[in-house]
Write a protein that binds this ligand. Sequence first.
Ligand code: HEC
Ligand code: HEC
Ligand code: HEC
Ligand code: HEC
Ligand code: HEC
Length: 486
Amino acid sequence: MANQANGWRKWLSPYVHLSGNWISLVGVVLVTTGAVLWITLLPIILRGFTDNPYAGILTFMGLPTIIFGGLILIPVGISLRSRRERNKGIYPSTFPPLDFKNAELRRLLFFVGVTTVVNLIIGAQLLYSGVNYMDSVTFCGQTCHTVMQPEYVAYEHSPHARVACVECHIGPGASWFVRSKLSGSYQVFATIFNVYPRPIPVPVTNLRPARQTCEQCHWPARFEGNRLVIIPHYADDETNSLTKTVLLMHIGGGNGQGGIHGAHVGPGITIRYGSDPTRQKMNWVEYSNAETGKKALFVNDKTDPKTVNPASGRVMDCIDCHNQPTHIFHLPGDAMDEAMANGSIPASLPYVKKEGLVLLQEKYSSREEAAKKISAGLIAFYTQKYPQVIAQQRADVSRAVKGLVAVYQQNVFPKMNVNWGTYPNNLGHMNFPGCFRCHGALHAANDPNKMVPQDCNVCHNLLSMGEANPKILTDLGLAGPSTPSQ
Ligand code: HEC
Ligand code: HEC
Ligand code: HEC
Ligand code: HEC
Ligand code: HEC
């Protein structure tokens, strides 16, 4: 036993001597740091990250880099020093035994001990607060403040404001977790080195197929029937005249009963398409229904049906229509209509729609500048043109200023180059091509006269188009100055 230990010590002692160089010592620091990180992260690793997926960036990328980097530096330093000493002829022929009388060993052990303790103290502190902080939504939405600000602000005001980012961007299951970790880590580096694109491009090409994420909460077989959609519009006249468009949307179900969802995500139905990278211009669409055996190919005027390879296409899913389920960016007119309908901009102020639109569409260099100039602009307008409004409706004017600034700040982010209309919304056909990318735009491959249908009643019944007092709303008992939009 003793002999064996001596053999070990003999073998090791040259390395103790040689490792006293700064390259190896940096390696030692890295390895101890990695080890401490690993121990601190162990509980999270064992728990499978379910609550805190982004801690994975540290574990999957940070830890291996640190530990393996350190492990490589130690022998590199040793061999460099050995070569240097041999070249200079100062390489010792014998080495002192490895015990506590050996000054080099004491120094090395002291160094490892001190770095470990320092690492433990700093590491534990940092990680404790760090891991707590990486609580999903805060981390995803706010850490890289400028980068994610447009998405985060839009999200906060959306129907999904209580749904964590990772529910849609990662979803359940290990394989997507790892995939998203890898691209997530790249994003962290892109942010640190300030090379991220502005605006962040859409579509998100590596997004998990939406049916696996959305259907955790929305069960298309349960959608059914029709939905009454009431859209208020305010004119740009002095009284901001209110009209309403009323649609009966044929929501339909994914259970074969037709309608919008039945037609695209119903049982057995697969729709594939080929498009430009923005997915705004469709070249061809293939419809196939495994239950009825129906198959049909539609193309635009420029596409030769013979060149179409359906296997290369994207399978249509929820986000080909709902591309803004939560990052909802409006155009100025719609955003003002919504704010006026819910009262955050009082419709009783003369010309507030018209003036508001002018102020919203000016160019500002930052959100702060916009806030200042928009409020100054609106107050100046009423002071000059309507002094009696300033005198009698001061509170309304202040509310309008607040509402207008909010409309701007929820939709425009100059630092990220996100302006009005930067992100198209595909759910509709008035502001962006949306449904009409296919409907009315593509014709059957074998019959130029047969289009993907565009009749106005296929998707909705138009019950009222911009009427002041739609009879249908009176009949339903929904008439009133402002009606909820559902
Ligand atoms: C309800 C599901 C859902 C939630 C919750 C969600 N996202 Fe998204 N997000 C999407 C979809 C779908 C897209 C893809 C849009 C496209 O490809 O056209 C997207 C796109 C993005 C983009 C690309 C730019 C853009 O505006 O389209 C970013 C960045 C983003 N999300 C960040 C976040 C952050 C940060 C959070 C949490 C604060 C979050 N998302 C929460 C569904 C969601
Ligand atoms: C973790 C659960 C969850 C996930 C995942 C989720 N949603 Fe939702 N969704 C909700 C909740 C909750 C609401 C709000 C219902 C309400 O306000 O009545 C909602 C509302 C909606 C609405 C109705 C909005 C409106 O204006 O009425 C649509 C459309 C929608 N989600 C689409 C999607 C799409 C598309 C995805 C996938 C990208 C998705 N959701 C993922 C929970 C979820
Ligand atoms: C072909 C386009 C399209 C596809 C694909 C699509 N939807 Fe929809 N969806 C719509 C339209 C249009 C509406 C109605 C919007 C409105 O009322 O203003 C709607 C409404 C909804 C609503 C609100 C339902 C209600 O009763 O108010 C939810 C939730 C929803 N969709 C989820 C999904 C999910 C999940 C998927 C994927 C499985 C999906 N949609 C696929 C177009 C689509
Ligand atoms: C990628 C192409 C594409 C887009 C985008 C698209 N659709 Fe479709 N849609 C189709 C195809 C293909 C059919 C099947 C046509 C057929 O059977 O002849 C269809 C069928 C339908 C039908 C059934 C028509 C019928 O005759 O019964 C409805 C309703 C519908 N779509 C609504 C919508 C709505 C609403 C949107 C936008 C939110 C939309 N679609 C966007 C490709 C598309
Ligand atoms: C392929 C499906 C589809 C077809 C075909 C279609 N629409 Fe629409 N339409 C929609 C959707 C989806 C919306 C958005 C509803 C929403 O905003 O909630 C919409 C919205 C509208 C609106 C309200 C817009 C607003 O902001 O006030 C009007 C008006 C309208 N459609 C008229 C028509 C007319 C006219 C036709 C016939 C040329 C037609 N639509 C054909 C799907 C369709």
